[in-house]
Design a protein around this ligand. Structure first.
Ligand SMILES: [Mg+2]
Length: 392
């Protein structure tokens, strides 16, 4: 049987919505005085957009097979990532077999290693890899999770990330993760406010609902330790991404410092098997949170997940909607998933990648049965304008 080969790779950018969920207007909880590494500069403290969190925009990668079937994926990276896909990565795909994703990944990674390894380049590689899996699923008329080994459970179960865990609880989620609002530069008063906010939310949701703090790399070891210890009285389940992602030594110490039973999580801004090997071998955390659109795609996430499994570490991917869901449903060490509340007041469930994607499934009562639609089961919304800045 002759299986279609890859005819063409195309990279597009789109501004507003899509994978760049940080590109929201003012008044959205996601940009309301969230603690970041830039919070040490008062002029960049109120808004993450002020320091450029939304500067790149969304990358859309399309891969067309010789029979005309098109697979696609979205991630962040915008024009610079589009350049890398068109000018560098496309050569390793065009003319290759659609089934050769291992060789293609290897060639994309090692050909870019002299300027890549992490960050933007791996975002671009991830986008290509996800588009390839989407194409493979469409050609085989199977959802991607079938290709990854099949579902190990009936449905996905979600916690919600947003400013209103109390509302998420009413919507059926198993927990709520709030952004931390004050970093070390805001001193003792900021620390007190962080704890008060947690205590207030705990009073609203009762004793059993999970509450977590996402610290978005904003703290130092001492502050994170003090926050974790003070938060124990209010049942904080985990402290997420407290430190600079390069500070493996800090994470190792934080994991020793937090109260027994409280989990340390990180990895949202980590990439590849080599980055996660550091987190795992140095015993930095209890849960790793790779973003499948940033860590190297599904092909790499399979390897990262196997390493974590051998150490008894859970893998709960960061956001990423269907690109995460198709993986999470196939792994016993990924027992639940994240849902990012994209409504400005975090008061209703809306699709994470709206308006760019059509048919994007969302949790109902905090749960979701994945549809059997081929590939990742989503379509590009023709109402969104895609721009192809480079060709090759
Ligand atoms: Mg996070």
């Amino acid at each position: 049987m002759s299986f279609p080969s890859i005819k063409q790779v195309r990279a597009f950018v789109v501004h507003g919505g899509g994978a760049d969920y940080h590109d929201q207007g003012s008044g959205h909880w996601i940009d309301d005085h969230i603690a970041t590494p830039m919070s040490r500069y008062p002029e960049y403290r109120q808004s993450r957009q002020s320091f450029g969190i939304n500067v790149l925009g969304t990358l859309v990668v399309e891969i067309e097979a010789s029979d005309g079937t098109v697979g696609f994926a979205v991630t962040t990276g915008g024009e610079p990532a589009a350049y890398i896909v068109e000018k560098h990565l496309a050569r390793f795909l065009e003319g290759a077999r659609v089934t050769d994703y291992e060789k293609i990944w290897d060639q994309m990674f090692f050909s870019t290693q002299f300027y890549g390894r992490k960050g933007l380049v791996v975002n671009a590689i991830s986008g290509v890899d996800l588009a390839l899996w989407d194409l493979l699923g469409k050609l085989r008329q199977e959802p991607v999770y079938h290709l990854l080994g099949g579902a190990v459970r009936e449905e996905l179960q979600f916690y919600a990330t947003g400013s209103r865990p109390d509302l998420a609880q009413k919507m059926g989620f198993i927990g709520g993760k709030m952004p931390l609002h004050h970093g070390p530069a805001e001193g003792e008063e900021g620390l007190r406010k962080n704890i008060e906010e947690l205590a207030e939310m705990r009073a609203r949701v009762g004793d059993d609902f999970w509450l977590m703090y996402d610290c978005w790399m904003s703290l130092d070891l001492n502050y994170a330790t003090r926050l974790a210890r003070a938060a124990q009285a209010h049942g904080l389940k985990w402290i997420e991404e407290a430190l600079n992602p390069d500070d493996y030594w800090g994470y190792r110490d934080l994991k020793k410092n937090v109260p027994k039973g409280m989990l340390v999580t990180t990895g949202e801004h980590e990439a590849t098997r080599w980055g996660f090997r550091m987190l795992l071998e140095m015993d930095c955390c209890d849960i790793i949170q790779p973003d499948v659109g940033w860590c190297g795609g599904v092909t790499e996430l399979i390897r990262i997940s196997a390493m974590a499994d051998s150490r008894g570490v859970m893998v709960v991917p960061h956001g990423s909607s269907v690109y995460s869901y198709h993986f999470v449903i196939t792994r016993h060490n990924s027992p639940f998933a994240e849902f990012l509340m994209m409504a400005p007041k975090a008061d209703e469930v809306v699709p994470m990648f709206s308006p760019l994607l059509l048919d994007e499934p969302v949790p109902v009562n905090g749960r979701l049965k994945l549809p059997d639609t081929p590939g990742f089961g989503v379509r590009l919304n023709p109402a969104c304008t895609l721009h192809r800045p480079y060709t090759h």
